[in-house]
Design a protein around this ligand. Structure first.
Ligand code: UT7
Length: 329
């Protein structure tokens, strides 16, 4: 009998209807389509508009569609790991709220905070529950309503981020497919370059923190770029090396969608040709925890059973990592 792996057996995604184009941003801040396109590769992003709508409201359609595709009901889910940097509330966990909204009455769950690498951390963590034999159906959700923490007067950040959510189901696989290996890293010295300063226990919300715009996402773009462009590429190469994978063995490279230039550097470093690199940054921008599952969702039809996929991400914290998986269907 083969070793048991945790395999993705279904994937689905959801993006809000509202399209915020580069041209609309030109009317909001001092920017232009040419700058945004050449520096980031982004043309438009989706925004969740409307009162009372949160990250979990994007997860509900993503997960409901996933359950339908897989032909199972919500009460069959054992565990929900909700990877997000924009939870509905500081507490309780968005995983809890999602379980309630979809009727996953037999699931327990928790939120996982690893910024843009969250989905990879969640995938790896979720796989352990399958490999241990403890659970049969684990839902890993990656989603963010980034518009809830973006300052739309700050041209350095508002052009990059968007809203969206994706989800995958992990189930046991004894055919040799599923998650094979992962390399995950973190370095807390990066906190200064990308953060939300206030609202936590260090700087609790006050009139002063609100007046000082300290509840918005803060990023020193160039510094983050420097770390991201080498680390994301290195970690993808590392997971390939230690599994004896050459570039021609890779069916698909699935990179975090933060900046087209970082994606290109990862492709160059791993030697994976452009036609095998999944890119949808032009449509959605950086949806943080949403980028990787949204890529899997959009490319699902092209994947073949046994395909080698390398997923890679880099995010605030700093956090970064890469996952090697064999597609299972
Ligand atoms: O997913 C989480 C991890 N995050 C990332 O991976 C993001 C990494 N960083 C980046 O992607 C890039 O640093 C940015 C896209 C954020 C910025 O691109 P950049 O090439 O690093 O630009 P910059 O910050 O060095 O700015 C260059 C110039 C500056 O003008 P001066 O000082 O040279 O006159 C900026 O003020 O571009 C200016 N600028 C803009 N101009 C037009 C900055 N933002 C804009 C803008 N439109 N939106």
């Amino acid at each position: 009998m083969n070793k048991m792996h945790a395999a993705i057996t279904a994937v689905n995604g959801y993006v809000p209807d509202y399209v915020l184009t580069n041209h609309e941003l030109e009317t909001m801040v001092d920017t232009n389509d040419e700058w945004i396109t050449t520096r980031t590769g982004i043309k438009e992003r989706r925004i969740l508009k409307g009162e009372g709508l949160a990250t979990s409201d994007m997860a509900v359609p993503a997960v409901s569609g996933l359950l339908k595709k897989r032909g199972i009901s919500a009460d069959e889910i054992d565990l929900i790991i909700f990877c997000t940097t924009t939870p509905d509330r500081v507490f309780p966990a968005t995983a809890n709220i999602l379980a309630y909204k979809i009727g996953a009455v037999n699931a327990w769950g928790y939120d996982l905070q690893a910024t843009c690498s969250g989905f990879l951390f969640g995938l790896t963590t979720g796989a352990q529950f399958i490999e241990s034999g403890k659970h049969k159906k684990v839902l890993v959700v990656g989603g963010d309503k980034m518009s809830s923490m973006i300052n739309y007067a700050d041209r350095k950040t508002c052009i990059i981020f968007g809203d969206g959510c994706g989800a995958v189901l992990l189930e046991p696989n004894e055919e040799g497919n599923g998650l094979i290996d992962s390399v995950l890293k973190s370095d807390g010295s990066g906190v200064q370059f990308l953060n939300q300063k206030a609202g936590g226990s260090l700087y609790p919300t006050s009139h002063e923190t609100v007046d000082a715009n300290e509840h918005y996402l803060y990023q020193e773009g160039q510094a983050v770029f420097k770390f991201a462009v080498t680390n994301m590429a290195d970690v993808a190469a590392e997971v390939m090396d230690r599994n004896n994978l050459k570039s021609e063995d890779i069916a698909w490279l699935v990179p975090h969608q933060a900046n087209k230039r970082i994606i290109d550097a990862t492709a160059t470093r791993t030697g994976v040709s452009a036609d095998k690199v999944i890119i949808n940054i032009e449509k959605y921008g950086n949806t943080t925890n949403g980028t990787l599952p949204l890529c899997l969702w959009e490319w699902e039809d092209k994947f073949k059973k046994g395909d080698n996929l390398i997923l890679a991400a880099f995010g605030g914290g700093f956090t970064w990592g890469a996952v090697y998986l064999k597609w299972a269907y």
